[in-house]
Write a protein that binds this ligand. Structure first.
Ligand code: ATP
Ligand code: MG
Length: 137
């Protein structure tokens, strides 16, 4: 059993599809074990995506991620990291398989609807970033 961090990004929240996205997690046997809705500041978004600092798309990414509220959840299940990335689809929605979250709800490469941790180690860091008080065991 593994945990991963998911973010429903501002474009998907604005489109009113939080429920549809959460439902896909549940259908894939991922359990929502923590949730927090917030509107990130530019500083928070920069810190969260610090690994991308210096890349050409960084400023646009930070601007977008701080443009409106997001829903941050912790998902738990067997192979949660890989399973979540599979149902999210490719980063670029143009390459996302039909039926994936990004294929259905992304608006562009930047506004691609969801974030998911890329490894178990990253997940632990990202969960602590948004839930410093900890998550129910
Ligand atoms: P995320 O980390 O959001 O789950 P990812 O792991 O699929 O997405 P990353 O390489 O970590 O992709 O990039 C983080 C985010 O930065 C992407 O989700 C996308 O919004 C944006 N991004 C990545 N590459 C580009 C690019 N070439 N041009 C514009 N935006 C990009
Ligand atoms: Mg990533």
């Amino acid at each position: 059993i593994e945990r991963t961090l998911s973010i429903i990004k501002p474009n998907a929240v604005a489109k009113n599809v939080i429920g549809q996205i959460l439902s896909r997690f549940e259908t894939a046997d991922l359990r929502i074990v923590a949730a927090r809705m917030l509107h990130m500041s530019r500083e928070q978004a920069s810190a969260f995506y610090a690994v991308h600092q210096g890349k050409p798309f960084f400023d646009e990414l930070v601007e977008f991620m701080s443009s409106g509220p997001v829903l941050v959840t912790v998902l738990e299940g067997e192979d949660a990291v890989a399973k979540n990335r599979e149902i999210m689809g490719a980063t670029n929605p143009a390459n996302a398989a039909p039926g994936t979250i990004r294929a259905d709800f992304a608006d562009s490469l930047t506004e691609n609807a969801v974030h998911g941790s890329d490894s178990s180690e990253t997940a632990a860091v990202e969960i602590a970033f948004f839930f410093p008080e900890g998550v129910c065991p």
